[in-house]
Design a protein around this ligand. Structure first.
Ligand code: NDP
Length: 242
């Protein structure tokens, strides 16, 4: 009998796979039997070490640039699975937010997701099979002071993915969103103590998420166990956002 959520024989591209949540997703998908290609922007040592650990390949590309995103998708080969995880924050209050901080976050998080999906869509449609998972965030649904740029990018990913699910569904391609709550990574290391305590007090499961918590949800959505699930937003947040 086939293993539950097996991805055996599938090729998967995970962007931002060099560390944090992307690294955990790459490890999880490889453990499920997928051939994993991980994209990274600058952390070549980290990326190569993950690739050698999972028997995959690391490819450098800045997904905020359409040409680099296209090259990344081309180099990854015939994709069954695309996970858009690469993301950045440039936090600041609106009155003092620079054009650059606004543009960098939108262009990386939302633009990067658009760039790779556009590049991968044709091949997936031709093969009439594909699973796309885009990583949003709880703040894309609820907002967060100091993160107008990040919240807009993550909310944009949700609308984008729903439109994509409608566009590609008849061609056998599914597109879903995973929206994590606060997960212990480099991105959240610097949370102020006060914010961290209030967030934990409002989380029924009473802890920060681990990257592996997110990876399990991504694996499910990529697998045939989710073959009738598309356009969905799956919160992985310990109950914080319900
Ligand atoms: P990290 O900062 O630990 O890792 C981010 C990854 O994205 C790195 O691999 C980085 O590559 C890559 N990356 C950044 N910019 C680019 C780019 N322009 N092109 C290609 N790759 C890029 O983040 P997390 O693991 O914490 O977050 C992963 C995702 O999960 C993000 O989308 C984030 O918004 C989301 N998320 C995180 C939460 C959390 O609590 N941590 C909560 C909710 C959502 P490199 O290092 O090589 O530059």
């Amino acid at each position: 009998m086939a293993e539950f959520c097996s991805l055996s024989g599938r090729t998967a591209l995970v962007t931002g796979g060099s560390r944090g949540i992307g690294r955990a997703i790459a490890v999880e998908l490889a453990g499920a039997g997928a051939n994993v290609v991980l994209g990274y922007r600058s952390g070549s040592e980290e990326a190569e070490s993950v690739a050698s650990e999972i028997g995959g390949r690391a490819v450098q590309a800045d997904v905020s640039h359409p040409d680099e995103a296209r090259r990344l998708v081309d180099e990854a080969g015939d994709l069954h699975i695309l996970v858009n995880n690469a993301g950045v924050t440039r936090d600041g209050l609106i009155a003092r937010m620079s054009d650059e901080d606004w543009e960098t976050v939108l262009q990386t998080n939302l633009g990067g997701t658009f760039n790779t999906c556009r590049a991968a869509a044709r091949g997936m449609m031709r093969r009439r099979a594909g699973a796309i998972v885009n990583i949003s965030s709880i703040v894309g649904l609820h907002g967060n002071p100091g993160q107008t740029n990040y919240s807009a990018s993550k909310a944009g990913i949700i609308g984008f993915t729903k439109a994509l699910a409608r566009e590609l569904g008849s061609r056998g391609v599914r597109a879903n969103v995973v929206a994590p709550g606060y997960v212990a990574t480099r991105l959240t290391n610097e949370l102020p103590e006060e914010l961290r305590n209030s967030m934990l007090a409002n989380t029924p499961l009473g802890r920060l998420g681990e990257p592996e918590d997110v990876a399990g949800a991504v694996r499910f959505l990529c697998s045939d166990a989710a073959s009738f699930v598309t356009g969905e937003v799956l919160l992985v947040d310990g109950g914080l956002g319900m």
